[in-house]
Design a binder for this molecule. Sequence first.
Ligand code: ZN
Length: 175
Amino acid sequence: MLNIPLNGLKTGKQSFSRSVGKEFFESFDNSEVLDASLHVEVTAFKSGSSIDIDMSLRGSLTVECDRCLEDLQMPVAQDVRLCVSFTRDDGETQTKGEGDEREILAVSPDDDAIDLDQTVYDYAMLALPLQRVHKDGECNPAALRYLGKPSEEVNSGNDSGENNPFAALKGLFDK
Ligand SMILES: [Zn+2]
């Protein structure tokens, strides 16, 4: 768990860091992430009752390539700026003034620590693009053949490929 203890948090700047591996994503029941190597660096700035948090995620996540289904390592470089908001019992939230671009992280005043696990998880997953494929030419050719997918050379000729509605039909009849 990546926690910032609230009781012991001194005024000023404090830094924490942690490495996050595959188990972290498994604990969120995530099966998309096959392997992970992330370095999370957190800097908390406390001033009076306000706490700002800067977080950086650096490293890589390994997912399955959408095209050849082989391992694909995606670089992760995310910077996150948060400000902690202590939610009162009535659910009202103390918000900061305008012009602060930090995302609000709601924390109950009863909590004795800020749990950043969910935030780390969310931003790591945000770093993954929707299209997860190897760069052209880097897919495993044997895997592509096995899957019956067209080679990338054929694929790159746009109009004759997937965009043609008859291409799908042709594939059916070939089998
Ligand atoms: Zn691939």
